[in-house]
Design a protein around this ligand. Structure first.
Ligand SMILES: Cc1cc2nc3c(=O)[nH]c(=O)nc-3n(C[C@H](O)[C@H](O)[C@H](O)COP(=O)(O)OP(=O)(O)OC[C@H]3O[C@@H](n4cnc5c(N)ncnc54)[C@H](O)[C@@H]3O)c2cc1C
Length: 317
């Protein structure tokens, strides 16, 4: 079995982790609820299914909402959220597909906040923006670190294509689980289940639906829906090719000047700098500019050479 870090915390204990699942203050709660639409949902009612384009986040008003993920064998409740807490992670901003199920554990009332409104909150309310962005980024970090994903790679660690696929997913912060055919005793059962031979590997099992044999980066991006929210017909003020430090800096400064900026990237943001953990002096990644970077530039949608950022003053097209 591949080593996968598991949490020792129960879903309720995890919900008390203030960094990941903060409880909004009464003022924040009042403000954020004014942006959304109230919804009642019965026990077991599904608010968001895996694979659905993540259009909304949900703020719990009353009741209890559970977030669960699909493991190899079963659905596992990751966290239970109560009043004042909210769902969502990076995919809520980028409009990508949900990796989890969000379901009411008891009759509940929630406020649904759609993506366009969420983007407006992040751009205009710095207090809420800080709380939301910190939670979204921390949650994505935890998903990646714990390999909580609906994406499995079946392959050998000695294969260059396995390494390419792993690098593409890792550099785009997409969690995955590796089933190593050289060391994972469940590998053969997985291969048999999906009718794959060892010669077909590496294989990407995408959302338990699609089986991609040695996929290109473009095919992976399409399968994960990394670019679904990109409007390729919109006319931009500025188009930047390459999301390395130079392209990102140009994008941030263009957006901060009020331009509608579109950054295209063929692999992953960060360029050469994103391929090393040892980078020391690159101004766009310095602490002081990080908040600006995160607020002004969309999280990457790689694979089809598309990545977009937008100005603070204008909603995304
Ligand atoms: C291992 C390593 C360590 C380093 N350490 C340091 C350090 O400590 N300090 C430091 O200052 N510098 C360091 N550097 C150098 C630094 O990373 C580079 O100078 C910097 O990344 C250059 O930035 P850039 O944006 O000009 O180009 P790049 O980083 O090369 O970015 C270009 C981007 O454009 C994309 N692209 C290319 N063609 C296309 C296309 N046709 N369509 C879409 N996208 C495209 C690429 O995928 C890439 O993401 C290091 C580099 C490496 C490799």
């Amino acid at each position: 079995m591949t080593t996968t870090p598991q949490t020792n915390l129960s879903p309720l204990e995890l919900a008390r982790d203030e960094r990941l699942f903060p409880v909004l203050t009464p003022e924040q709660f009042t403000r954020i609820t004014s942006f959304g639409t109230a919804r009642s949902v019965g026990a077991e009612g599904v608010l968001l299914a895996p694979g659905t384009q993540t259009g909304s986040i949900f703020v719990v008003l009353r009741g209890q909402v559970e977030i669960s993920r699909q493991s190899r064998e079963q659905e596992i409740v990751v966290v239970s959220l109560g009043p004042g807490q909210f769902t969502g992670e990076v995919a809520a901003l980028t409009g990508q597909q949900s990796m989890v199920t969000i379901r009411a554990a008891a009759p509940s009332e929630v406020i649904e906040i759609g993506r366009d409104v969420l983007l407006r909150i992040v751009q205009t309310d710095s207090d809420l923006s800080d709380v939301l962005m910190r939670a979204f980024l921390s949650r994505r970090f935890e998903l990646v670190a714990r390999h909580y994903s609906d994406v499995f790679i079946v392959g050998s660690n000695y294969s260059s294509d396995t390494l390419r696929i792993r690098e593409f997913l890792a550099r785009n912060d997409h969690p995955y689980e590796l089933i190593d055919i050289d060391s994972d005793h469940e590998a053969q059962a997985v291969l048999d289940h999906f009718g794959i031979s060892v010669d077909d590997t590496p294989v990407l099992i995408c959302r338990s639906r699609q089986v991609l044999r040695n996929p290109t980066n473009r095919q992976i991006a399409d399968c994960l829906g990394l670019n679904v929210a990109v409007d390729t017909r919109a006319v931009r003020d500025l188009v930047i090719v390459g999301a390395g430090p130079a392209g990102l800096a140009a994008g941030v400064y263009g957006a901060s000047e009020g331009l509608d900026v579109f950054v295209l990237e063929s692999i992953a943001p960060g360029g050469q700098a994103g391929s090393s953990s040892k980078i020391e002096i690159i101004s766009v990644f310095q602490r002081g500019s990080q908040a600006t970077t995160l607020r002004s530039v969309r999280i990457p949608r790689p694979g089809s050479s598309e990545r977009r950022s937008w100005s603070r003053n204008r909603p995304p097209g």
